[in-house]
Ligand binder design. Structure first.
Ligand code: NAD
Length: 431
């Protein structure tokens, strides 16, 4: 029944696309303006929804809204001045909780889209489902709320493109389903992002930048530094500096801080809490299941075989793994899956460059964390287990656009064409 309904929805969106409705520039601009109105008029609802999903966190709320609100204007900027025909854009599916992708994928590129927000962020999912559809043209845009079972059924349909944000394991499921229809995919996945800290650096600055990247949104960002690699001496220096940074950001009791969030779900909370048995708890370690609270935590002397090093943490825990030097750090990184991003800190730019040049990852950021994602001029995406394809800025527009090679010729000058037609005489072949 549900499968049939989803199938009908896809057929309806495809019919809209075939009708050419989404092609005119004016139509796309009008849809972008409607998105702008959604963000203006529903700002409070969006902020409240994200606040109830993540805990009342001031920073993330402001930043989410900032990211969302820049996208419609970004759409205007990346849309070519003479609107091209999006040649392969029937029903496309955007998944995961990256509502921002929608801002660029639907109106500017002229696609019809089914959006499936993450059911984990229940309140955000509800706002998107209930309110966004009041602003956008429902003939070319649909929000589907679905759990795993319904998503599995949804994936049985043939789409022209699937954009997925989520874990590597679900990414595999999505790609397998897409392969049945030879549907191209962009997979924005996760993984363990290493952060190498060399012995020559400003420890206080490193600690602040690493702590900000790790504990932002209570560690639930795909580009968070997942673990630190450094010498035993640097570990000793980093520990008090990290403690100071955490206190500076969240006070002596982070649980009371309006800037520190909570874990998104009970299952995730229990999974992350189980990782605390790795190495030695040097900072934090307190948890409260009722609130899904895990304190900003730093684990020292973590071994590669410890639980925290077996999976992406996606929570407010920072393990430190001791290595002898940069070469050992590079070997450690290269012995594992290619991450979404690698971070390297050093006052010596040669060290940062060595880490960049001798490793492979979706992105790279030297002497800071997370900031590379703010540059829309940079492609954003993973490689290997951390993802497939890229987006952000103009790359998003290109991702959602089929670049169709076209040649139009006139019917004249046929005599010249005779040269390429057989029979190939000695003269034609120039012999
Ligand atoms: P998840 O993989 O558990 O879920 C993502 C989506 O997949 C959800 O919408 C869910 O409904 C759907 N899903 C789950 N199981 C499914 C199945 N069996 N079949 C079909 N669909 C299924 O991920 P999450 O917990 O929502 O997000 C955390 C992960 O996402 C982390 O690994 C993180 O690194 C990654 N992430 C990546 C990016 C990026 O841009 N690369 C951004 C944010 C998050």
């Amino acid at each position: 029944m549900l499968l049939a309904a989803r199938g009908r929805l896809r057929v309806h969106l495809r019919a809209t696309w075939l009708s050419g409705k989404t092609r005119p520039m004016e139509y796309r601009v009008a849809q972008l303006e409607a998105l702008g109105r959604f963000l203006d008029e529903k700002k409070q609802d969006i902020l409240e929804a994200t606040a109830s999903d993540m805990g009342k966190v001031r920073g993330i709320r402001g930043r989410i809204f900032g990211a969302l609100s820049t996208h419609p204007s970004l759409g205007f900027r990346i849309m070519p001045s003479t609107a091209p025909c999006p040649q392969a854009g029937g029903a496309r599916r955007a998944g995961g909780h990256h509502v921002t992708v929608l801002m660029a994928c639907l109106p500017p590129a002229g696609n019809c889209v089914i959006v499936k927000p993450s059911e984990t962020s229940k309140n955000t999912e509800r706002v998107v489902a209930e309110m966004l559809s009041c602003y956008l043209d429902n003939d070319c845009f649909a929000v589907v709320t679905a759990g795993v079972q319904e998503t599995t059924m949804l994936l049985e349909n043939k789409f022209d493109y699937i954009f997925f944000t989520g874990s590597t394991s679900v990414g595999r499921i999505i790609m397998t389903a897409a392969a049945k229809h030879l549907t191209p995919v962009t997979l924005e996945l996760g993984g363990k992002n290493p952060c190498y800290v060399s012995d020559t650096c400003d420890v206080q600055n490193v600690a602040r930048r690493v702590a900000w990247g790790r504990f932002f949104n209570a560690g639930q960002t795909c580009i968070a530094p997942d673990y630190v690699l450094c010498s035993v001496e640097m570990q000793e220096k980093l520990m008090p500096a990290l403690r100071e940074a955490i206190t500076e950001f969240f006070g002596s009791n982070p649980r009371e801080s309006p800037d520190f969030g909570r874990i998104m779900g009970d299952k995730q909370f229990r999974r992350i809490r189980a990782l605390l048995c790795s190495g030695r708890v040097a900072i934090g370690g307190q948890t409260d299941e009722k609130e899904r609270y895990i304190a900003p935590t730093v684990l020292a002397d973590v071994l590669p075989s410890d639980p925290a090093m077996q999976e992406e943490i996606f929570g407010p825990i920072l393990p430190i793994v001791v290595v002898a030097n940069m070469d050992e750090a590079i070997d450690f990184i290269n012995a594992r899956s290619q991450p979404l991003v690698i971070y390297a800190f050093s006052c010596d730019s040669k060290v940062v460059n060595q880490v960049l040049e001798r490793t492979s990852s979706g992105g790279f950021c030297g002497n800071d964390t997370l900031m590379h994602v703010t540059l829309t001029s940079l492609p954003f995406g993973g490689i290997g287990n951390s993802g497939l394809g890229k987006y952000h800025g103009k790359f998003t527009f290109d991702t959602f656009t089929h670049h169709r090679g076209c040649l139009h010729r006139n019917m004249g000058l046929e005599a010249l064409n005779a040269l390429r037609y057989p029979p190939y005489s000695q003269q034609k072949l120039g012999l």
